[in-house]
Design a protein around this ligand. Structure first.
Ligand code: SF4
Length: 182
């Protein structure tokens, strides 16, 4: 039954959406999702829709990412970008170390995470201190800084946004925005 139409009608698949359109190669391969050790529920990191994902893991390595049918947001669906997020995890070109480009330097240099974090903290505190406003021109209490601001990305989740809002408000910042609102 090499001819596709014959396969459809004699193979009990008149609409051509089942066994008659399965290639030999497809029958010979096994989906990574069936051989994975486990599947972990997660959220797509790419955009504010927040589609649910099932991350399939074998030997402690991510081998496939699919839509999660249990997600009330996406009900098992992912857009092409979300469907390709396995490539984000396993790409050879993925940047896994901190890079720093000094003022007026042309090149980036690798930096350990602790040093980079200390630099961010120092600058955050200095900027906050330098632009601190205790009172306005009428002597009314302000207790704020104009030296720091936060612009969140849409890939941040609820918990991260909650903590960022808490941190910046506690530090006296008043410009706290998110890319999803722009
Ligand atoms: S799958 Fe697509 S639509 Fe869903 S969160 Fe990811 S990027 Fe956004």
């Amino acid at each position: 039954m090499g001819w596709p139409v014959l396969r459809q009608f004699l193979g009990g698949d008149p609409l051509g959406r089942s066994s008659s359109v399965v290639s030999r190669k497809t029958t010979e391969i096994t989906p990574r999702t069936t051989t994975a050790d486990r599947a972990v529920q997660s959220v797509c990191p790419y955009c504010a829709v927040g589609c649910g994902q099932k991350v399939f893991v074998s030997d402690e390595k991510v081998v496939q990412i699919e839509g999660d049918p249990e997600s009330p947001i996406s009900r098992g669906r992912l857009c092409p970008k979300g469907s390709a997020s396995e490539q984000l995890v396993n790409s050879d070109t993925r940047q896994t170390t901190v890079l720093y480009r000094a003022p007026r330097a042309k090149d980036w240099q690798e930096m350990d995470l602790e040093t980079a974090t200390e630099m961010v903290v120092d600058r955050f505190l200095e900027s906050r201190r330098n632009k601190w406003q205790d009172v306005d021109e009428h002597g009314r209490h302000l207790g704020r800084t104009m030296g720091i601001a936060s612009l969140g990305g849409a890939t941040l989740d609820n918990e991260e946004n909650y903590l960022i809002k808490k941190l910046f408000t506690a530090a006296g910042a008043i410009q706290i925005e998110n890319q999803a609102r722009i």
